[in-house]
Design a protein around this ligand. Structure first.
Ligand SMILES: Nc1ncnc2c1ncn2[C@@H]1O[C@H](COP(=O)(O)OP(=O)(O)OP(=O)(O)O)[C@@H](O)[C@H]1O
Ligand SMILES: O=C(O)c1ccc[n+]([C@@H]2O[C@H](COP(=O)([O-])O)[C@@H](O)[C@H]2O)c1
Length: 241
């Protein structure tokens, strides 16, 4: 590649950061995928690992079982370089605590590799309820992707941690292995898995909210839809059907 075309951050460090994006993904949707792709590009990450959790802490059991949520995630990104699905939480028994996941990555990749834990703003605001949450920043940076409807105005301990670790310089994510918090604007997509489940529950279509391969998996699975899907007539140019 001609020198002028080497991305600025890449020039400084050969070991680019890895983005780690955990979720229940029940099901995965474009509100997960588009921010993941934008962060991959904007932050010049090596890759973003989508990590479906087996047993999400602090919420009820998912509608779809872990292996199916994992397969939906794989189907969603199968043709997108840079977005990978990581099944380590599925292979680990017990609640899927994120700190355990970060420690496993550290063990695998060594102490120097920059890691970026990606959280939507709602997940970030809930951090003080997570297990050993302040230790997360010892293992990774935190990248907060803005999510529609959530203002980033933490209080208490989270506000103090944000104040102490906040960085506006993306190069910090490449220079250091962990410890910075960066907030990043991404395309705002007001999509959630809960809304998708509600639409399916009333027999609606979720096309264009999630990639077509995921729609097909959902439609042929027993996990979400309860009412039969509606059928629509196709109107031809002449007005016939
Ligand atoms: N539309 C979105 N824009 C930005 N981030 C999102 C969006 N939807 C989910 N996220 C983030 O993705 C991660 C995983 O979210 P999760 O799998 O719980 O999806 P969800 O749509 O919030 O699901 P549910 O509606 O079931 O709570 C979280 O960090 C969350 O903040
Ligand atoms: O480690 C924790 O205590 C913890 C508490 C709540 C959520 N998480 C993780 O945060 C990610 C998003 O969770 P959720 O419930 O919004 O899908 C997912 O990877 C969960 O495993 C982690």
């Amino acid at each position: 590649m001609p020198r002028g075309r080497v991305p600025v951050l890449m020039e400084q460090h050969s070991q680019r950061p890895i983005g780690l994006f955990g979720g229940t993904f029940d099901p995965i949707h474009h509100g997960h995928l588009r921010p993941a792709l934008e962060l991959l590009e904007i932050l010049e990450l090596e890759q973003v690992r989508l990590i479906p959790c087996a047993d999400p802490p602090h919420r009820g059991a998912p509608m779809a079982p872990g292996p199916f949520r994992l397969e939906m995630a794989r189907a969603a990104v199968h043709d997108q370089p840079g977005l990978e699905v990581d099944d380590r939480e599925m292979r680990r028994p017990g609640p899927s605590y994120t700190l355990d996941t970060l420690l496993a990555f550290r063990e695998e990749l060594g102490p120097k590799r920059p890691l970026c834990l990606i959280l939507g703003s709602d997940a970030f605001l809930g951090l003080p309820r997570w297990s050993r949450w302040e230790a997360l920043l010892e293992q990774a940076h935190i990248v907060v992707a803005h999510r529609p409807g959530w203002q980033l105005t933490p209080d208490g301990d989270l506000s103090r941690v944000l104040e102490a670790c906040r960085s506006d310089d993306r190069a910090d994510l490449h220079r250091l292995p962990a410890g910075r918090i960066l907030t990043q604007q991404v395309t705002q997509l007001e999509i959630s898995s809960s809304v998708i489940r509600e639409i399916l529950d009333r027999g609606g279509s979720v096309r264009y909210l999630t990639p077509d391969p995921v729609v097909r998996m959902i439609e042929s699975s027993p996990y979400y839809s309860r009412r039969p899907a509606r059928s629509y007539a196709r109107v031809t140019r002449e007005g016939g059907v």
